[in-house]
Design a protein around this ligand. Structure first.
Ligand SMILES: Nc1ncnc2c1ncn2[C@@H]1O[C@H](COP(=O)(O)OP(=O)(O)O)[C@@H](O)[C@H]1O
Ligand SMILES: [Mg+2]
Length: 307
């Protein structure tokens, strides 16, 4: 069993601890400590993969928490290196990323069950993700990803609009009149933005694993982006049609497991906001009483027993 991520990451630690309790040996490929400490060697053989002196070859299953392969990735401390020499630093990160993605690609090629596989990466870009869900007949909010000021003005005529980053780095906010000035919209020349029908209803977080819903929770919060304020998290029972829509969404994107964010529209219909390829779950388990950690570890452990 291989866990890909930082040894210091709470999710990696918890999955490792649970696997240990299941009597399964888990090797952490510490991607945060790579290439400074973690030693990785690959030969031309698909299974020629040595991590910290250990032949890893074809593991029974892999949990991919994170690659830490970008200066902006969580926990990566590249500030000083970027200030000193951004070009060399970015180049080094690109090399790191190429090797790590190469390792994951080999495992997928070898038929290793990856949670999640690199072939699902295309769908982790939200403009591709939501459109793929919509094409599969799943409910998503009306959305515009753009750097075109005129297109934003047109979109804003249709009702309340939320805006948020495409990849991350800021919270969701409601678009107001002041955001539609020439000056403000000129910021779109620096970076495109997501504009989306504002969904006024309840936030849901659903976990899907190996084709089944394993936890569903609702987040009760007074603010638009629930992460800005303390929120209450409670288990909910999903109507069967919504549960099967969640399973289908996971399948459409080629994920083995996910944490989905849904939010209800004005008519109470939950619409898909996103599927996370490496969803966090410890906070939801602790506050909502779910056991995503245990179920994920048991799913991984089953593969180890099948070999
Ligand atoms: N269209 C929207 N209408 C209302 N609230 C939204 C909308 N989009 C996002 N939010 C709020 O912001 C949170 C974060 O948005 P999300 O699309 O999940 O992006 P990410 O988690 O990648 O930042 C959502 O869980 C929801 O609470
Ligand atoms: Mg989210």
């Amino acid at each position: 069993m291989v866990l890909v991520g930082s040894r210091a990451d709470a999710h990696v630690q918890e999955v490792a601890r649970r696997l240990h309790a299941e009597d399964v040996d888990a090797l952490v490929v510490d991607t945060l400590a790579f290439p400074e400490e973690t030693r990785l060697s690959l030969t031309e053989d698909l299974a020629g993969i040595v991590v910290d002196g250990r032949e890893v070859g074809r593991p029974a299953a892999v949990y991919v928490r994170g690659l830490h392969a970008h200066p902006l990735a969580a926990k990566v401390e590249a500030h000083d290196a970027m200030d000193a020499d951004w070009r060399t630093t970015l180049t080094a990160f690109r090399e790191k990323s190429a090797l790590l993605l190469g390792v994951l690609g080999r495992w997928e090629r070898l038929g290793v069950p990856l949670y999640n596989p690199p072939s699902a990466d295309w769908g982790m870009h939200k403009p591709a993700q939501l459109a793929a869900l919509q094409a599969a007949g799943l409910p998503v909010p009306r959305t515009l990803w753009t750097n075109d000021a005129e297109a934003v003005r047109r979109f804003a005529r249709s009702g309340r609009v939320a805006y948020k980053p495409i990849a991350g780095g800021a919270a969701t906010q409601e678009l107001c009149e002041d955001d539609l000035t020439e000056e403000r919209l000129a910021a779109l020349a620096a970076a495109p933005v997501t504009f989306q029908e504002l969904l006024p209803g309840e936030d849901l977080r659903v976990y899907v694993l190996d084709g089944a819903v394993i936890a569903s929770l609702r987040v009760v919060s007074a603010s638009l982006d629930f992460r800005q304020h303390e929120a209450r998290i409670e288990p909910v029972t999903l109507p069967p049609d919504i549960a099967s829509a969640c399973v289908k969404a996971c399948e459409v994107l080629g994920l083995r497991w996910t944490g989905l964010d849904l939010k209800r529209d004005g008519d109470g219909v939950p619409r898909f906001l996103e599927l996370n390829g490496s969803a966090m779950f410890l906070g939801f388990d602790a506050r909502g009483g779910s056991d995503v950690a245990g179920q994920l570890a048991r799913a991984l452990a089953r593969h180890a027993r099948d070999v």
